[in-house]
Design a protein around this ligand. Structure first.
Ligand code: FES
Length: 141
């Protein structure tokens, strides 16, 4: 079985909401590059996406610090207002309508939301804000 990397506890993502994290991946040219992701939640189900808008590749929350529209129903890109389904990442309105966020496979394990099947690197040296960086724990089931 793939290694699981714990991102956060399930209770740390609000039902009907989303939260962002910055992980680190090995860069193609060596070294380490930041990998911003977001985790959204509907009830007991959690969904992971790369935090990169299909319109211009920017972080959805970069301009406003928010992932959700004013009504709190959809993921919204704070740059030009693209709206995405919380569970599928499908863009149904805005400049990238018809495209979708890139999904990440999540596994809920013993109350933790984990990513699986990806090659992560140590984020040391990326100089990221501490609030962005999860305490990643590797488990092996
Ligand atoms: S970069 Fe997201 S809508 Fe333009």
């Amino acid at each position: 079985m793939d290694e699981l990397f714990v991102i956060c506890a399930t209770h740390e993502v609000e039902d009907g909401g989303a939260r962002g994290f910055v992980l680190a991946r090995p860069g193609e040219a060596g070294g380490t590059v930041p990998w911003p992701i977001l985790v959204s939640r509907k009830g007991r189900n959690f969904y992971g996406f790369e935090n990169a808008c299909p319109h211009q590749g920017l972080r959805l929350d970069q301009a406003s610090g928010e992932f959700m529209d004013d009504a709190g129903n959809f993921l919204t890109c704070s740059h030009h207002g693209a709206q995405f389904d919380l569970d599928t990442g499908h863009c149904f309105a805005g400049p990238c309508q018809g495209k979708a966020l890139t999904p990440i496979r999540l596994v809920v394990d013993d109350g933790d939301v984990c990513v699986s099947g990806v090659d992560l690197a140590d984020e040391d040296g990326l100089d990221l804000p501490e609030s962005d960086v999860p305490e990643v724990v590797i488990t092996s089931d």
